[in-house]
Design a protein around this ligand. Sequence first.
Ligand code: PA5
Length: 447
Amino acid sequence: MTLSLNTKFLGNLVNDEDLKNISNEVYEAQKLLGSRSGAGNDFLGWVDLPEYYDKEEFERIKKAAKKIQDTCDVFIVIGIGGSYLGARAAIEFVKSPVYNNISNKKTPDVYFAGNSISASALSDLLKICEGKDICINVVSKSGTTTEPAIAFRVFRNLLEEKYGKDGAKERIFSTTDKAKGTLKKFSDENGYETFVVPDDVGGRFSVLTAVGLLPIAVAGIDIDAMMKGAQDARKAYADCDIDTNDCLKYVAIRNVLYRKNKSVEILAAYEPAVQMLCEWWKQLFGESEGKDGKGIFPSSVIFSTDLHSLGQFIQDGSRIMFETVLDIKNSNVELLIPNDPANVDKLNFLAGKDLDYVNHTAMLGTLFAHSDGNVPNIVLELKDRSEYSFGYLVYFFELACAISGYTLGVNPFNQPGVESYKKNMFALLGKEGYEELAGELSARINK
Ligand code: PA5
């Protein structure tokens, strides 16, 4: 089995009666999604995507990935939010968080730009590119998002200076809206190869479109296997029974907990390679559920690292949270702990033991400790960190997120709150059309 949900460490805050009581609401939410009649129903392209994706474009993605692999040392992926997190999550999850430092790999280094407004981050990347052959992939559905647009200007200039306009156009790939939007027009005018962010797929649900698939394929990851994982998850979570459908069960449990004042969900994993998946997950659930004064705040930890920082709070602080622990069953790495004749650390009892066994034992000990400390723990047991499992898990979370959002009574597919900072930023930067707001904000500053 690729993924299964274990409730052994949930504690007694969620009982069978609670699950039974909420199950009808979860089924209604599942039905609402299936009937495509709920709020945000013009953004449901991801539901059937694993099966009904554009096969011609999929082949083009593979070809472009091969061309990029053959022509560059460094591949820069420019994007933010949903146009960035999924690809990075996949590369770190399937390959490694230190993928770029793997010396004998045959694929380009992959760096991500345009996901902040930091001058030092961007200039560090420019330094990394010195003397290297570069390709870039600008990913922006709207084509006008400030952070990637600035980074795209900078890298486009770099490529045009280095390779000339004609040379640069062979190295610039753009992933954007199919027809509308300024980036599509600009890319066509300049002869860049373009890929599509489907109209009916929102950014945070787009990892299995060209948005994620091109960078993922460039890193040498088998995107067929990834799609197969998502296809199988789509089939596995189609039934309408909380007892057999772990996706519905996850939705039910987290909503019961929320109603019992557990307002923070911590996604915990014991592999650093999962850190960016956690970031992707936080965006998925945070942007989908956090609205209208509602929602579970998504946070994350990597253990055992964070047992030495946030562990104290989780064990003993305000009882506001529950944990969802991603237990990756098979690390596929054997690393035996050496014997030390001096035994200064008194750890010779572990000599000859596999580090993965110690990691899993740490997990077990922590599950007992945290659930004894009244932190309900949901455990998601995932077979491994293969591309197949990644695709499977992505679909599980996307589906859970959508059904959970409807159970909560929000539109899981919009993000009206994201606009507020942008308006203020544009007003303060003096963008045309924002004069009135600029006046209001400067009056507040000078008060
Ligand atoms: O999920 C979302 O919709 C957002 O995170 C967007 O992906 C992000 O704001 C980037 O937008 P765009 O792709 O239009 O540049």
